[in-house]
Design a protein around this ligand. Structure first.
Ligand code: 15L
Length: 276
């Protein structure tokens, strides 16, 4: 029995990824409990409910999660912002989601991000167990989410799929995203496997299509029974030369988020690890 045979809670339903999942998963016959802090800007999909709820309201989050076997936690701040802006939705909010999952014995799909490893250079190829190197407060909140998931698995047996999402977009807009792109179809299939896989424990998945310019390799996709079917390669010609004129942006995997409040004066840095 897949976890999608029971109601599935989707936070952040009004956001770009939330709307994609709401419509595609409802079309698959899932019973969705949608929520966001702002109204849903699309028609309510078949079989879904929608409630405006602030992730900081623990009681309301607990109510929403009642009877759910799977929580797709896409709510929270999704761009680089001040620490104070990220703190409530992403840190406290994710804590509330994990507490609710613990109560309901639910599995969580947690969208981590390229920004949890954004300060690796683009020449580096990362494995799933690499040291996290967040590129700002948003990336730091994703690193925290990954650790939260680890804690709740080790201590409370709450299973999670930690999806380090690159860029979920219909098409590749620039050269960087040739590496980080994941197609809508690959992404939806991945979420289906989060519900259908028998055991996921606390697994890391690199959220990218089969891009030959990808930065990442080795993850738990076998355990999940997922493999991307699409690739950014066919779009490479189309975006050739689409880069910024900022050397910091172009050096690192995280791209534009890094230059928000960047204050190193020794660029390029000799090493971010002094012992090297
Ligand atoms: C993310 O994590 C963001 O939520 C999204 O808006 C994109 O900026 C993406 O990363 C990316 O860096 O391409």
């Amino acid at each position: 029995m897949a976890l999608s045979d029971r109601p599935v809670l989707l936070t952040g339903a009004s956001g770009t990824i939330g709307r994609l999942l709401a419509s595609r998963l409802a079309a698959l016959g899932w019973t969705l409990r949608l929520t966001d802090v702002v109204p849903l800007p699309i028609a309510l999909p078949q079989g879904a409910t929608f409630d405006v709820v602030d992730l900081e309201n623990q009681g309301a989050v607990n109510e929403l999660a009642k009877g759910c076997g799977l929580i797709l936690h896409f709510g929270g701040v999704s761009t680089e912002q001040s620490f104070e802006t990220v703190l409530g939705p992403n840190l406290r909010g994710s804590f509330h989601i994990y507490e609710a999952a613990r109560k309901e014995k639910a599995r969580v799909a947690f969208p981590s991000s390229v920004h949890a490893v954004g300060l690796y250079e683009r020449t580096e190829i990362l494995d799933q167990d690499c040291l996290l190197r967040p590129d700002g407060y948003y990336g730091l909140s994703k690193a925290y989410g990954e650790m939260l998931a680890r804690l709740y698995f080790d201590k409370h047996a709450v299973e999670s799929v930690l999806i380090r999402i690159g860029s979920v977009l219909p098409e590749v807009p620039d050269e960087r995203i040739l590496s980080t792109w994941i197609s809508h179809d690959d992404f939806v299939r991945l979420i289906e496997r989060c519900a259908a896989a028998e055991h996921v424990d606390c697994s890391v998945i690199w959220g990218q299509s089969d891009n030959s310019r990808g930065f990442w390799r080795n993850d738990a996709r076998k355990k999940l029974g997922w493999a991307p079917l699409d690739s950014s390669d066919s779009q490479a010609e189309h975006v050739r030369g689409k880069v910024t004129d900022n050397p910091v942006v172009e050096r690192y995997q995280g791209g534009k988020f890094i230059v928000v409040d960047y204050s190193r004066s020794d660029f390029p840095p000799r090493s971010m690890f002094p012992e090297e």
